[in-house]
Design a protein around this ligand. Structure first.
Ligand code: NAP
Length: 516
């Protein structure tokens, strides 16, 4: 696709390929994710006219429920979690007539035999013609079972050309390289790779998709996007929340598995990748994988020097006392799980060699935001050497992924009536410049999976490359044989060691946004 074509793709959620009459089967249909994200996303797709009349949703879970009870549960959830209010009941009432509940046990093959029968007997079955989208919104230990059982009862493979048989898989995708490879093998035995859609909901965010437009639909940034002009890049995913009752899962994962392996490395590859040969899914994903492959195999001793892990102790956020991580529910009292990680990476290719990428993410930090900050080289100090050199700011781009979505370009301007430079900013703000409907990430992702557009989903090799990096990091930490790790106060921006990571190279973390 050419740049002109890119710019013609509208920002609001649309799909150039119509969604076929399909039955979407949600495994884990009584769970939090279904309530919080998946059903509101289907509702908004219906509201935007993106679902055909004969579109059925079948919820699969263990507890007994009638169709009517299930519909009522989802209505209540929609009232609570929809990002647009009030609910348009003309849309919901119509849509909910096509929602069904199937009670089953995930590892039990008979539950899939009865599911297959149920799908064939749906009132919409004639129109649906065996087009099925399966959504794995269950705990990850069931992913393999479900895919295997679907294959066993003949639901995984298309029976004819053009028939939809796709699988959406939630995160986390594995817990290390070996488990991710094994899960890939299991899923690929049931579904061809092109029909597997691994969710990283960051890729569904408009601001993340905009990274490609920003870089490749403009001429002014790309020529500067390299080691000749860029001093360093920072990526911050800062969470104000603690583990919020997910202590059991989080304590076995930590920030490196929960955030770094997926969302942060996705942002990293989108910022660093080469222009793809075209906008098709494979070309884009090829380029992203190349970035991950171009990270020099970090020696363990370098990684211990170039990374920081820490855990939050008690503190205050917005005046509220926050208990230490080790006092959270279902967290071991002597847990060494990191709730904060900072990492310095380099990419060994022509574009980026020598440019540090600093990544940091943590929980119980002072603000909730995700931002990419790109700092350019210092201008040569010939003209303003004596008077203003010390005050010349480096040019800097701040890309706000969330909240206050937008981009600010910071540059130097002359201060009126003074021979002094002052940093000023040019601002693009989504909410100001676009009045279009801003869809939630899950809406984009679900409509793409329904239409077979896999660009915004992670490919098997991409997931594995990301795990390779995180595994190396874990090996480096394990080699330290630490019996403790640095603590930071809840409500701060992480430990002192994270600041040191940049200070030792004469840099510092971009300031925390004040307007959130
Ligand atoms: N929640 C989120 O915001 C979020 C965000 C990102 C990713 N995820 C991922 O999404 C997945 C689901 O998370 P969740 O928070 O929705 O979990 P959850 O609230 O614990 O829901 C789990 C679902 O699985 C069903 N289930 C469990 N065992 C079953 C069995 N043996 N047979 C049939 N159904 C069974 C449960 O049904 P019954 O209770 O009826 O048995 C329930 O519907 C996880 O992989 C999670 O990592 C969640």
């Amino acid at each position: 696709m050419t740049c002109q074509e890119i710019s013609q793709r509208p920002l609001a959620i649309t799909s150039s390929i119509p969604v076929k009459p399909t039955a979407a089967v949600i495994f884990g249909a009584t769970g939090d994710l279904t309530h919080r994200k998946i059903v509101p996303a289907f509702y908004h797709l219906a509201k935007n006219g993106l679902l055909p009349e004969d579109f059925a949703i079948i919820g699969f879970a263990r507890r007994p429920k009638t169709d009517a009870e299930f519909r009522e549960d989802l209505r209540v959830a929609l009232e609570q979690f929809s990002h647009t209010k009030p609910i348009d009941y003309s849309v919901w009432d119509k849509m909910s007539k096509h929602i069904y509940y199937h009670q089953g046990d995930l590892p039990d093959l008979d539950s899939y035999r009865s599911l297959a029968e149920r799908l064939k007997a749906l009132p919409e079955a004639d129109a649906i013609q065996g087009n099925y989208l399966f959504y794995l919104a269950t705990a990850p230990n069931y992913f393999g079972d479900v895919a295997g059982n679907l294959a066993e009862v003949g639901l995984a493979r298309a029976e004819r050309d053009g028939q939809v048989r796709r699988l959406i898989v939630e995160k986390p995708f594995g817990e290390d390289l070996q488990s991710a490879q094994s899960l890939n093998n299991t899923l690929q035995k049931a579904f061809p790779e092109k029909n597997i859609y691994r969710i990283d909901h960051y890729l569904g965010k408009e601001t993340v998709q905009n990274l490609m437009y920003f870089r490749f639909a403009n001429t002014i940034f790309e020529p500067l996007w390299n080691r000749n002009y860029i001093d360093h890049v920072q990526i911050t995913v800062s969470e104000k929340v603690g583990v919020m009752g997910r202590g059991g899962y989080y304590d076995s994962a930590g920030a490196s598995r929960d955030m770094l392996q997926n969302h942060m490395l996705q942002l990293f590859t989108l910022i660093a990748m080469e222009p793809p040969a075209s906008l098709d899914a494979e070309s884009i994903r090829d380029e992203k994988v190349k970035v991950l492959r171009s990270i020099p195999t970090p020696k363990l001793d370098e990684l211990t020097k170039n990374s920081v892990r820490a855990q939050y102790g008690g503190g205050f956020i917005d005046g509220k006392a926050i208990p230490a991580y080790r006092q959270e529910d279902r967290v071991a009292q002597n847990s060494l799980t990191e709730t904060f990680v900072a990492l310095r990476l380099e990419i060994d290719n022509w574009r980026w060699q020598g440019v540090p990428f600093y990544l940091r993410t943590g929980k119980a930090l002072s603000k909730q935001y995700t931002e990419i900050s790109i700092t350019f080289n210092r201008p040569p100090s010939v003209l303003f050497a004596s008077s203003a050199d010390e005050r010349l700011h480096r040019n800097n781009l701040r890309i706000r992924i969330q909240p206050n979505e937008g981009i600010t370009l910071n540059f130097n301007a002359k201060k009126p009536a003074k021979a002094e430079a002052q940093g000023v900013g040019m601002n693009f703000r989504y909410k100001q410049d676009f009045t279009d409907y801003l869809p939630e990430a899950y809406e984009r992702l679900i409509v793409d999976a329904l239409t077979g557009e896999s660009t915004l989903f992670t490919r098997s090799d991409e997931v594995e490359q990301a795990w390779r990096l995180v595994d190396t990091l874990h090996a480096a930490w394990a080699s330290q044989q630490s019996t403790n790790l640095p603590l930071y106060s809840a409500g701060s921006m992480g430990p002192f060691e994270s600041d040191l990571l940049l200070q030792r190279e004469g840099r510092r973390w971009a300031s925390v946004p004040t307007d959130i």
